[in-house]
Design a protein around this ligand. Sequence first.
Ligand code: NAG
Ligand code: NAG
Length: 336
Amino acid sequence: MVNHLSNKSLFITSLLLNSVFCTFLVPVSSTLQRFHHHTNNNGSLRFLVIGDWGRKGWYNQSQVAVQMGIIADRLNIDFVVSTGDNFYNDGLTGVQDPAFDESFKYVYAAPSLQKQWYTVLGNHDYRGDVEAQLDPMLRKRDSRWRCLRSFIVNTDIAELFFVDTTPFVEMYFDDPKDHKYDWRGILPREVYLANLLKDLRSALSESKAKWKIVVGHHGIRTTGHHCDTPELVTHLLPVLEEHHVDFYMNGHDHCLEHVSCQNSKIRFLTSGAGSKAWLEANKPQDEKCGVKFFHHGQGFMSMKLTKNNARFVFYDVFGKPLHRWRTSLKKLHTSM
Ligand SMILES: *[C@@H]1O[C@H](CO)[C@@H](O)[C@H](O)[C@H]1NC(C)=O
Ligand SMILES: *[C@@H]1O[C@H](CO)[C@@H](O)[C@H](O)[C@H]1NC(C)=O
């Protein structure tokens, strides 16, 4: 009885809070920040994707970085995408944290990697001072750094939608174990997520880009050690399906992986092998999904897009291409 009453009053309080916050939050957060990125290469877009990396060079992070430099030079990349978990174990302590130099600036030092880095946050980043990673001060320390919670990068032929996936995961709120998460700017969570999905839906529906790519930290379909993220399967995947997204790219699982599912046109690409790796894989949870490629050691991915064709390659710690895949816009949209 007591329990019941307190639940009820909690519910009413949260309703009141929600309505108060909604009034203020909805109008200001209804559009995602947009960046336009002109491509270097005559109508083709080229970039690298790396995730789960910041360990001060350890666990082969430096070796991967050297190979990224070589491939980036060969491809003349436009930018780098980071799928999050930028700084281990617990994000940054503040804007002056030396880990920013030790795990980012000095590690990815190749001239070919001196391009814009578009970065999302991972769950480990949320265990530190999240606002430090979002702070424009960091761009003074290294102008490559561009990290926001959710945002859009518009290029001439592709649009990339970066989505803050950590707040979707219930476990971090309900059962955080010994970890402390920095939820400033996220609460009340239901409002934050509803706004994010609404903004993403409207941005995707307005997009005229040939290629639509969504980037998040957590996997939707993956056989890596973390498995599918059920909250994203329920809430994010239907939005991506509805708006004909071509690729979903994530980290979180410390591996390289290419998954495709019979009932989906989306290619699920995991690039989370920037440093510590070698964890065992699971079986696909959805029997309609199949693994085209899986590597549980370190490495990274490159993506090259032209108006009609996409080509992605996964490389290992030695820069050796392990898996190449080519597809055309037409094929992807008729392969159902
Ligand atoms: C750019 O594209 C045009 C037309 O396809 C081609 O003739 C030219 O060689 C390309 N330039 C470079 C630098 O790739
Ligand atoms: C670094 O890469 C090499 C080659 O794949 C591997 O043998 C070694 O175990 C890796 N080191 C770590 C710490 O993962």
